[in-house]
Every structure is written in C-alpha cells, then in structure tokens.
Design a protein around this ligand. Structure first.
Ligand code: 3SL
Length: 256
C-alpha cells in the first residue's frame, strides 16, 4: 500500500484519484458522520451548497429526513440541527437520512467523491478505519484533511497521523515503506507528540479555539476521544455515505 496524506482538499492532485480516499474533519463533520451512523442513521447525504441540499431533501419524506447545516461553527437558520455530534442520538436520527452541509468537511468529500472507495475518519473511529485498511489493502490511499477554508488544520493532520501510525504498528509495515509523501512522516510525528493529550491539542487548534468561543467545550471533549466507535462510513454512491456494517452486498463494502 502507498499512503499519501494531504492537509487540505486544495492540496490533492487534480489529475488522478486514489483507490481509497479517506476524508478527515475531526472538528466536527467526520466525527458527526461516525456518530450519526452509530446512532442508527440510515445514511448521510453531503452537500457543499445549502440550496442544493434544500432542493434534494424536499423530495424525501419529512419524517425520514433530518437537515443539518453549519457555517462558521453555527447552525444554519431553518435547519433542524447544527453540526454538534452530541445532538445525534438514536431518538433523533435512527432510520433517517441525514442531509448535511458544513463549511469544509462536505467540500472535502466532494473533492474525492469519484475515487473508487471513499471513507470518512475521525479520532473516534480511527481503529475501525485501520481495520478496514488491513482487510482490504487498497493500493493507493489518500488521507485528506478538510482544513479550514483552504488552510491546514492541526486536528485533521493529527488524526491522519493516528491512522498511519496504527496501521504501521498493527500491520507491521515500516513507515518508510508505507509513506508516499513527506506529509505522512510529519503527521505521524505530530501524533506521537500529542497522542496522550489529544484534547489539549484540540484546544490549541485554531478551529478548536473558534468552537470554544461558541461555548462548545463538550464537543471538543467528545471529538478528542480515540477509538470509541466501531463505524466505517463508506460512500455508497457519490455524496451518500452509509455504515459499512449496514450492508454487505456491494463489493466495496467491508464484510465483517
Ligand atoms: O467545516 C466543517 O466541515 C465543520 O465540521 C466545521 S464545525 O466544526 O461544524 O464548525
């Protein structure tokens, strides 16, 4: 396997795609996606554009949908929920399609949606993603941080490093054989420095600071947890993600 890490969607090559793209937005889109699927959401449909989301979700039965919208860390007016993973309880999402638009995470998903396999990772489901990779062993893997409006995010890179580090240790693959760009070494070094203090790292991160100013301390605490959810969100068709455990009849799904 050749592993590339890109800090932002803008940094990814535009002339090729990997066998497997893993989108990361620890604060908070991919943490929310894993949490919603773990709580029994039927699927997540991601949009970068608010109007497109409203148009498509209007065609879905009202009692089977939930609309979540975030811009600048806050709920978009008229939407059911913002992007706090803490809101995604089974009572709220079980059996529903989650129509989702966020500032950066949904844009990152759009950037790689034509890859053969698309997954989403956060700290909370890091180990499940590593197990998926060890089972499927895709040839070329990109981990793509969502960043913030085109710039680097500490928390996405630490998560990319956490995935790479665990894959290397669990699988016994030396980093120097695995790493296909320098960002992999940098991300692993970042993770190794902060792995016992992930909550503190989220507090230092500029987007963590932004969320703290909005009073979202508990969100940071939740998003800093490592390996708490056994969920692999996987793209079933462009922009639609399901839990890999939900169905096993597609070749690209992870069969347990
Ligand atoms: O940018 C995004 O996609 C969001 O995850 C940002 S926030 O944490 O919901 O503010």
């Amino acid at each position: 396997m050749e592993l590339f890490i890109y800090h932002t969607p803008e940094a990814t090559p535009t002339d090729k795609l990997p066998d497997c793209a893993i989108v990361v937005d620890v604060l908070r889109a991919t943490t929310t996606i894993a949490t919603a699927l773990d709580a029994g959401a039927d699927s997540i449909q991601a949009f970068s554009d608010v109007d497109a989301l409203i148009q498509v979700s209007n065609q879905w039965p009202a009692d089977k949908r939930i609309r979540i919208g975030e811009r600048g860390g806050q709920k978009v007016e008229g939407f059911d929920l913002g992007n706090s993973p803490l809101s995604f309880t089974p009572e709220v999402v079980a059996g529903k399609r989650v129509f989702m638009t966020t500032t950066n995470g949904t844009r990152a998903l759009e950037r790689v949606q034509s890859a053969q396999t698309v997954l989403t990772a956060a700290l909370v489901n890091r180990k499940a993603i590593v197990e998926y990779l060890m089972t499927k062993m895709p040839n070329i893997v990109w981990i793509v941080g969502s960043g913030w409006e085109g710039s680097y995010s500490l928390e996405d890179t630490v998560c990319a490093g956490a995935v790479a580090d665990e894959f290397s240790h669990e699988g016994g693959y030396p980093i120097e054989n695995l790493a296909a760009n320098d960002e992999v070494h940098g991300a692993i070094a970042l993770y190794q420095q902060w792995k016992a203090q992930l909550f503190q790292l989220l507090n230092c991160a500029s987007h963590g600071q932004r969320l703290l100013k909005l009073g979202l301390y508990d969100d940071l605490k939740y998003c800093a947890q490592l390996d708490t959810l056994e969920i692999v969100p996987i793209q079933r068709e462009p922009s639609i993600l399901v839990s890999s455990k939900a169905k096993t009849d597609d070749l690209h799904y992870w069969t347990e």
